[in-house]
Unconditional design. Sequence first.
Length: 229
Amino acid sequence: MASPSHHPARSAPPPRWERRKEARPGELLDAALDLFVERGYAATRLDDVAARAGVSKGTLYLYYTGKEDLFKAVVRRNILPLIEAFERDVAESSARSAELLERFLRQWWSSFGATRLASIAKLVVGEAGNFPELAQFFQLEIVARNAALLGSIVERGVRQHEFRPVDVGASIHLWMAPLVLRAIWMQSILPCCPVAAEVPVERMLDAHVRHVLAALEPLPALPGPRGAS
């Protein structure tokens, strides 16, 4: 009689509820982002976030203390990594400062301004009066850090004599404002009031980059005194 064959022991897959528990924070943040984009901050209810994520409201409170905590987690998960990735890129790059600056403006648009994440900026602007703590959080962790990164590129270019000296703080506001306004406009006014003569965003972005780089072109060298050898 043949002996029974032996098979190597197989580890049992983790229970479904265990895998589900590990996925819950991400599912809650996905659901919260959807609802914040669709409804804004004030109109988003935690009951609805939990329902969309397929969990109970009590489960939501296991991970987040309330709506403000949930909103901050959404921002830190979806927007902050974009800034962190470009900070690493700038720190490690040997590219010319003009190339880095153009890449920054175009990537800001493609990864944030042209996406539904711009609705978070719209939300903060629109609801700052009623929820100033959200505006302060967004200003400190996103806007200020984004400005510091852009400023570091300009300062690098000035230091390496690739750019002319400029008022860095004022210039950052001047250069970011049109992009932020266009992003908020596309998430608010434009869907309701399409304009036949609307300039395509690609044309606007190309023109904006050219204007910024032209403003930073080094000043021409002054001629030396006559008769100097």
